[in-house]
Design a protein around this ligand. Structure first.
Ligand code: CP3
Length: 343
């Protein structure tokens, strides 16, 4: 059997047309997702229900034939497994109990105590590895330590990650210890996903862009190095995609520094710039603006072609620059895929 296209691109192969998948491809823009979510009751119940989580992961594969499926779960399951309270407020987003002191940190569980809580996620991965079409790559994932820490410290999403920056400057020892705990737990979590059948793992650092100067190295680059080194020592053949979102100049050299096989690019930078400055070191993933999935039309076709053209001389996995939004039109996704595959 020929190797799956995503795995070939991750090894550095330049393909005639780029393989494609989409962040948040299983999500609220799809009526079948909304129906399964209603059946599960709520978002977290869906994440912890292997049968239904497997079903929603497969929905966009059936509908569109994407080249990869991403495990249906959330980056905030790790804080919950470590002992934080987690719930989602409809229309607003996640809420967590907060960690703001050494005492709070001490009350959390250890890196090896997460697996009972996360067992349903591993079961979902196992079912997916058996259910997916043979040409579809299964991607596991986790949040990067900084991004996960921003939610654990603030107890919710924040515009500027203020509470995390404050703890970092006022109690650096506690902040660093929290980063270390998340880093170590993430290694064990991703290792278990790989054991269950994940063929690639992706590390989402959604708020990497708010780390500046030495902080970017210490809290975005270094934890990523540690995670990738530990995974590569156990699973040398498993590729890793890193997504230091809105890192800007920080994207340059990120793959070399961290050992990532691919860097995912957001849509705040141009594909031409990323081709010249990031793709020279290996595979890149990205970076169509997700707004096109809402607005569609000729502008979608042109912007899609522009991304394909910019990256066509190097290894590339086509994707959006961030997750598809609930107001997107499923027809626009079909148009994007058709445009990419036409070449
Ligand atoms: O990409 C995928 O389809 C795989 C599943 C996945 C989800 N979240 C499902 C989800 C992945 C990879 C994530 C990652 C995630 N979760 C990130 C990093 C990537 C990014 O988007 O920046 C972050 C920051 C989170 C935390 C999170 N989860 C927030 C802030 C929210 C609320 C915002 C929103 O979109 O509603 C979620 C909820 C969430 N995670 C949904 C999905 C499908 C929507 C839940 C619903 O059905 O109501």
């Amino acid at each position: 059997m020929t190797e799956k296209t995503i795995l070939r691109a991750l090894k550095g192969e330049v393909l005639p047309t780029p393989p494609i998948w989409m962040m948040r491809q299983a999500g609220r823009y799809l009526p079948e997702y909304r129906a399964t979510r209603a059946q599960a009751g709520d978002f977290l119940s869906l994440c912890y229900n292997p049968e239904l989580a497997c079903e929603v992961t497969l929905q966009p594969i059936r509908r569109y034939g994407f080249d990869a499926a991403i495990l249906f779960a959330d980056i905030l399951l790790i804080p919950q497994a470590l002992g934080a309270d987690l719930w989602f407020v409809t229309g607003e987003g996640p809420r967590l109990s907060t960690i703001t002191s050494a005492e709070g940190l001490k009350a959390l569980k250890g890196k090896d105590d997460i697996h009972t809580h996360l067992a349903p996620v591993y079961e979902t991965v196992k079912r997916l590895s058996e259910a997916l079409p043979r040409e579809t790559t299964l991607i596991g994932f986790a949040g990067a330590p900084w991004t996960v820490a921003t939610y654990m410290i603030a107890g919710q999403g924040t515009k500027d990650q203020g509470p995390a920056h404050l703890l970092k400057s006022e109690d650096r020892a506690t902040f660093s210890a929290l980063i270390d705990l998340i880093t170590d737990a993430t290694i064990e979590y991703l290792a278990m996903q790989i054991e269950a059948g994940a063929e690639v793992v992706k590390i989402f650092d959604s708020w990497a862009g708010s780390l500046k100067g030495a902080d970017f190295d210490e809290f975005a680059v270094q934890p990523t190095i540690k995670i990738i080194k530990a995974l590569k020592s156990r699973y040398p053949h498993i590729p890793v995609i890193a997504f230091p979102r809105e890192a800007g100049a920080g994207y340059v050299g990120f793959a070399k520094k961290t050992g990532a096989d691919c860097v995912a690019i957001d849509n705040s930078i141009s594909a031409q710039w990323a081709a010249a400055n990031v793709q020279k070191d290996g595979c890149v993933q990205g970076n169509l603006d997700p707004r096109h999935m809402v607005t569609g039309g000729e502008a979608l076709v042109e912007a899609t072609q522009e991304v394909v053209r910019a990256f066509k001389n190097g290894p590339h996995i086509f994707n959006l620059g961030h997750g598809i939004t609930p107001d997107a039109d499923p027809e626009n996704v079909a148009l994007m895929i058709e445009t990419v595959r036409k070449g």
